[in-house]
Design a protein around this ligand. Structure first.
Ligand code: CUA
Length: 158
């Protein structure tokens, strides 16, 4: 097949650009083991029950930190521990969550809390609970047959 000289140059240029582009995207995305900001801490998913703070799920008052409470959640197919928890209105809370098995979601309906829980990683989100009421926590990652049964309740009380 006969190819025009310019055609060859442009073809080479095009492929070259593609290679450079993919390299830049690939290298920068995973450079230094980058992960989404909410998943920087790692954990052994088989030892969640004996690893702090997941050995004591629920709400805990803390001292000397930028937040007043830590709200610890352990997700597993197909539930959250705790299944229901009360939080005082106006409290600055660091939500700390992980999963014991597969990927689960952690979406607090009606708020901007929406995390992905990955086995081996700890997801965290600090927020102030300034709206009273009952909030449903739902799993928004398909995790198996009981996915739609997976929920918890956060009650923000005065
Ligand atoms: Cu857990 Cu879907």
């Amino acid at each position: 097949m006969h190819m025009h000289k310019f055609e060859k140059i442009w073809l080479t240029f095009g492929i070259g650009c593609l290679v450079v582009f993919l390299t830049v995207v690939g290298v920068s995305a995973f450079y230094l083991g980058n992960k989404p900001a909410s998943c920087l801490t790692t954990i052994n998913p088989e030892k969640v029950d004996t690893t702090k703070p997941f050995d004591k799920p629920g709400l805990h008052k803390v001292e000397g930190k930028e937040w007043d409470y830590e709200l610890v959640f352990v997700a597993s197919a197909f539930s959250y521990n705790p299944a229901k928890v009360e939080v005082p209105l106006g409290a600055k809370v660091k939500v700390i969550a992980t999963t014991k098995d597969v990927v689960h979601g952690f979406e607090m309906a009606g708020t901007n809390i929406n995390m992905m829980l990955e086995p081996g990683y700890v997801s965290e989100y600090t927020t102030t609970f300034d709206k009273a009421g009952e909030f449903l926590v739902v799993c928004n990652e398909y995790c198996g047959t009981g996915h739609h049964l997976m929920f918890s309740k956060i009650e923000v009380v005065k």
